[in-house]
Design a protein. Structure first.
Length: 263
C-alpha cells in the first residue's frame, strides 16, 4: 500500500464531521480560554486532546503518522489531531494562508477523506476553517502525462520519465509538488544540490535543484494558471546556473507535463 495511516480513519460526510466538530470546537474554545493565545501548537494539541477524552469522545489521537511510500522512497507526515475520525490541523499563526489549505488538502487526499479542518489558536477567538478535498481518489488517478516538449538527452533522463510515470500510477496526482520532487530525487539518486547563481560573472548566491547527472537537473512545480508565463522565468534561472539542461515537471491538476529547457 503506497499510503498508510497508523490508525484507520473513516471518510465522514460533511454532516457527520460537523456533528463531531461541535464538541471539538467547544473544547477548543475552553483550551484557549485556559491557556491564552501565546502557547506553541503542541501545547494546544495536548490540552484539546485531553479535554476531548474527558468529554467522552472516542479514538482521540495526536501526531498520528501518515506514511507515503513508493519503491525505496518513504515520507512521513503527522496528523495533529484525530478525534472520532475527524482530522484537524492546528496552527498558531496571525492568519491562515493558501499554504495551510494546500497542506490539509494534501493530507485529505492521501487519506481518501472529504473533510478536514484547520484550527488557529492565535486568533482573538479560535478560528476554525473546514476544508473539503477538491477531488476524489478516482479523479486523482485519472492523470495524463504529456511529454511533447521533452528531450531524453541521456539514459538518466529516460529514467526520470519512467519513474515519473510509475510514481503517478502509484500515488495519483494532486498531491504536494515537494512530495513528487523528493520521491524522484530518492528514486533517481539525484541529490538536492546547491548550484551557484551568477550574473555578469558575479556569483550572487546559490539555488538548490535535484541533479540527474553532469549538467542536467530537474524542477517540479504545481502551477495551475499562467503556466506558459513561467517558462521564461525558468529559462532565465537556467541561464544563471552551471547547467546545460533543466527538465521541468509541472502538475496542473490531472494534466502533468514534462518539458526540457536548454541553455
Amino acid at each position: 500500500m503506497p499510503i498508510h495511516c497508523a490508525m484507520p480513519i473513516a471518510n465522514l460526510t460533511r454532516d457527520e464531521f460537523i456533528e463531531r466538530d461541535e464538541l471539538v470546537m467547544k473544547c477548543a474554545y475552553a483550551t484557549q480560554n485556559n491557556l491564552g493565545r501565546l502557547c506553541d501548537e503542541h501545547v494546544y494539541e495536548n490540552e484539546l486532546a485531553s479535554r476531548l477524552r474527558a468529554a467522552g469522545m472516542k479514538n482521540v489521537m495526536t501526531q498520528v503518522p501518515l506514511r507515503v511510500t513508493h519503491g525505496s522512497f518513504t515520507k512521513e507526515y503527522r496528523l495533529d489531531l484525530v478525534a472520532s475520525d475527524a482530522v484537524y490541523e492546528l496552527k498558531t499563526v496571525e492568519h491562515f494562508i493558501p499554504a495551510h489549505d494546500a497542506q490539509v488538502f494534501n493530507y485529505a487526499m492521501c487519506l481518501g477523506i472529504r473533510c478536514i479542518k484547520l484550527l488557529n489558536f492565535s486568533d482573538h477567538k479560535v478560528n476554525g476553517k473546514l476544508r473539503m478535498a477538491p477531488v476524489t481518489k478516482a479523479q486523482r488517478h485519472a492523470c495524463k502525462i504529456t511529454t511533447n516538449g521533452w528531450q531524453p538527452l541521456s539514459a538518466k533522463c529516460r529514467l526520470l520519465r519512467d519513474h515519473l510515470t510509475c510514481l503517478v500510477d502509484d500515488l495519483g496526482g494532486f498531491l504536494e509538488a515537494s512530495l513528487y520532487r523528493e520521491a524522484l530525487s530518492c528514486l533517481l539518486t539525484a541529490p538536492e544540490t546547491r548550484l551557484a547563481v551568477t550574473s555578469n560573472d558575479i556569483e550572487l548566491g546559490t539555488h538548490t535543484l535535484p541533479m540527474l547527472a553532469g549538467h542536467t537537473a530537474f524542477h517540479v512545480s504545481s502551477y495551475t494558471t499562467y503556466i506558459e508565463q513561467q517558462r521564461p522565468h525558468l529559462q532565465r534561472l537556467l541561464a544563471s546556473l552551471p547547467l546545460k539542461c533543466l527538465h521541468w515537471i509541472n502538475f496542473n491538476h490531472q494534466d502533468i507535463t514534462l518539458t526540457t529547457l536548454l541553455q
